[in-house]
Design a protein around this ligand. Structure first.
Ligand code: PMP
Length: 348
């Protein structure tokens, strides 16, 4: 059973009176002269502040994602939503968060920035979680548990039943980061928002949607949690160019789907070829647009690739990822370039 939301939110945030922007104060009037926000009257289109709550974009997303507009938060990448989770729920030097390990590095960085204790709980040998281990790491000051599925850097989906056990047995907030869910066959957790009032799901435009450059991330949660995020975020956190581009890209969902299909096919080709390399010890199962591979000497392969102008992610120093490289699936040409260089490495 989730605690009352008020018990989980930092008291200063609960009682915060948010900044009210000039445009918040008039509503429903067909105005045509705007002299309220100290904007320039010139350079029409970009002279005005963007919609602080990105309503048009959220209405489109409601259809694409099947989540009501009032339960969507948009931010400067999902990294903004991750940071907001700390700023809304975690009292510095008092509260803590629990997370799986290894996982996406920003949860820990944001914890450190916000003065919040970070408690990593190791995944098992198949990179899956034990709900019992995670729950055992919590105490009365644990506000949030971070899960990531498919997980970065391991690539696998977390076991859905275990995630559900965490959701059902933890009285605080559970973040399920589904940045890579478009590449996975698993049913996304945003479809279960109405079952779990303590659930926050993260999605992004940076991966399958191919728009890392516009910096646009999404959080889906109960309306009460989204209202808290909106209260704390910068007033105009998503700029106008980003909002416009996102509206365009949403119309191209067919192309985006096709590209996901291409990447999934490429993923199986690359994995098959990579597994046959003499220095490959194993390629771990993946449901994302990348794979994690254990090799004989990750540092040396990494440096060889860098010299040849190919950059992959060396995860050798990450817990449970000794001698592992994380490799993103590129275009067919890029993947071929990778494999050519890896064959050269095998032959020296
Ligand atoms: N979550 C995960 C699991 C990620 O791997 C990343 C980016 N690598 C992010 C969130 C951040 O994405 P964004 O570009 O939306 O900030």
């Amino acid at each position: 059973m989730m605690k009352e939301l008020q018990e989980l939110v930092r008291p200063n945030i609960w009682k915060l009176k948010p900044y009210s922007s000039a445009r918040d104060e008039y509503k429903g009037v067909a105005a045509s002269v705007f002299l309220d926000a100290n904007e320039s009257p010139f350079n029409d289109t970009y002279n005005r502040y963007p919609d602080p709550l990105q309503l048009e974009l959220k209405q489109k997303l409601e259809r694409v994602k099947g989540v009501p507009e009032s339960q969507i938060f948009l931010g400067n990448g999902s990294d903004e939503a991750i940071d907001l989770v700390f700023r809304v729920f975690c009292e510095p030097y008092v509260d803590n968060v629990v997370a799986i390990a290894p996982t996406y590095g920003m949860y820990e960085v944001c914890a450190d920035i916000n003065g919040v204790e970070y408690r990593p709980v190791l995944l098992n040998d198949s990179f899956d979680l034990s709900a019992d281990d995670l729950l055992a790491a919590t105490d009365e000051h644990t506000k949030v548990i971070f899960l990531c599925s498919p997980n970065n850097p391991t690539g696998n989906d977390l076991n859905r039943n275990e995630v559900v056990r965490v959701l059902e047995n933890f009285s605080g907030i559970v973040v399920v980061d589904e940045a890579y869910s478009e590449f996975s066959q698993q049913r996304p957790f945003r479809e279960d928002l109405s079952k779990y009032p303590n659930l926050i799901v993260l999605n992004t435009f940076s991966k399958a949607w191919g728009c890392a450059g516009i910096r646009l991330g999404m959080a889906f949660a109960s309306k009460c949690i989204i209202d808290l995020f909106n209260k704390v975020k910068y007033p105009y956190n998503v700029n106008l160019l980003t909002q416009q581009y996102a509206l365009d890209i949403l119309k191209k969902w067919r192309t985006v789907n096709d590209r996901v299909g291409i990447l999934l096919k490429e993923r199986s080709h690359v994995i098959r070829a990579f597994s046959e390399l003499t220095f490959c010890e194993s390629v771990y199962p993946t449901q994302a647009n990348f794979f994690l591979a254990k090799v004989i000497d990750a540092d040396s392969i990494y440096s060889f690739l860098v010299q040849k102008g190919i950059i992959v992610r060396n995860r050798n120093k990450i817990v449970r990822c000794g001698n592992c490289l994380r490799i993103t699936i590129g275009t067919p040409e890029e993947n071929k370039a990778l494999m050519d260089v890896l064959h050269q490495y095998s032959n020296i």
